[in-house]
Write a protein that binds this ligand. Structure first.
Ligand code: ADP
Ligand code: MG
Length: 326
């Protein structure tokens, strides 16, 4: 693994939520203490069902949400301990691309304005140099120069996501945080955007944090993968280790779900429990096909099972093939 560009350590976010207007405040652990590294130039894919804490993790890394505890290091500097000015500068190296380009792009701005807005906010260049930059960026994301004059409403979903990517690239970041970047797009368009992102990564040496509920997207794009469940990482490591030597029953269920014709014995049953009322012991035990008594009381720690491969399961030594037949 290359040197980490982002290092997250024991990161946690607890929200105080009220049930109804006068209900008592209760703690919701959106992210319950997670650690992972994103290698420079690589793609770290964070996967898990809706509500598992992926976006909250991204928001903390982007500086949009303060962590309740833990630390985040970007390019070897601790952003959780930095001054506002330093954080502003560091944030430039990290740009977001979000799920729905239609709601994240201002409908009243033409694409050229949307793309050069970050440059204007940071006071970079003049009118002419910014117009040149917009042309370059449009070309980079595979759009014609005249796209600069169009409004988001005059574009397809795929074109809008290309505009969002061009905007994210305008400040020449080293890392892009992609939160469900293709979830709102037709499957046929998804591949085009994913391939564009791969191509840009190679050409610009970008580091990606890719978030998706779709394991197929994460497995196509990632060099390393983290699997989240109820605010915790249950399995993390090199892509091939996580996908081909799967040790956590939850990952196994996601893999089975992403593979047509795979055994229904590992299919996920029931809803993800509420993070307001998480299960005791292993957070996955209420849905686990191989649950044992110990799982109901003891939280399994995230432990190494191989080179760059960690798993939080009391029975992580049992191979995936045995699990599929359990
Ligand atoms: P994901 O992106 O994996 O779908 P999120 O990070 O959006 O998950 O949410 C994780 C949990 O935190 C969910 O239960 C969600 O309802 C809760 N949550 C997210 N943001 C807030 C907030 N601002 N206030 C209270 N709860 C929140
Ligand atoms: Mg999300």
């Amino acid at each position: 693994m290359n040197a980490p560009f982002i290092a997250v350590s024991d990161l946690a976010k607890t929200y105080g939520v009220r049930r109804g207007l006068f209900g008592a405040k209760r703690d919701l652990k959106a992210v319950a203490g997670i650690s992972f590294d994103i290698e420079e130039g690589g793609t770290f894919g964070l996967v898990g069902e809706s509500g598992s804490g992926k976006t909250t993790t991204a928001k903390m890394i982007m500086g949009a949400e303060p962590p309740s505890s833990g630390s985040i290091r970007i390019a070897a500097r601790d952003i959780t301990a930095n001054s506002a000015a330093e954080t502003f500068a560091l944030r430039r190296t990290l740009q977001p691309v979000l799920q729905d380009p239609y709601s994240s792009l201002s409908p009243r701005m033409r694409a050229g304005r949307i793309i050069d807005e970050p440059l204007r906010i940071h006071g970079i260049g003049n009118e002419a140099s910014r117009a040149e930059k917009v042309r370059e960026l449009l070309d980079l994301v595979g759009l014609p120069a005249d796209a600069a004059h169009r409004y988001p409403s005059e574009m397809s979903g795929g074109q809008r996501q290309r505009i969002a990517i061009a905007r994210a690239l305008s400040l020449e970041p080293r890392c892009i945080v992609l939160d469900e970047p293709v979830s709102a797009l037709d499957v046929s368009i998804q591949a085009q955007i994913l391939n564009l992102l791969k191509d840009l990564q190679r050409r610009l040496k970008l580091t990606y944090l890719l978030i998706s509920h779709d394991l197929a997207v994460v497995s196509y794009m990632s060099s390393r993968i983290g699997v989240m469940y109820l605010g915790r990482l249950v399995e993390v490591g090199a892509r091939d280790a996580v996908l081909n030597d799967t040790r956590h029953p939850y990952t196994l269920a996601l893999v089975a779900g992403a593979t047509p014709g795979r055994s229904a014995a590992v299919a996920l049953h029931g809803e993800i429990p509420s993070p307001l009322n998480p299960p005791s012991g292993c957070p996955f035990h209420t849905r686990c096909p191989m649950v044992r008594d110990r799982c109901r009381s003891e939280v399994p720690p995230l432990q190494p099972v191989g080179d760059d491969h960690l798993v939080a399961c009391h029975f992580s030594d049992i191979s995936r093939t045995e699990l599929s037949h359990a």
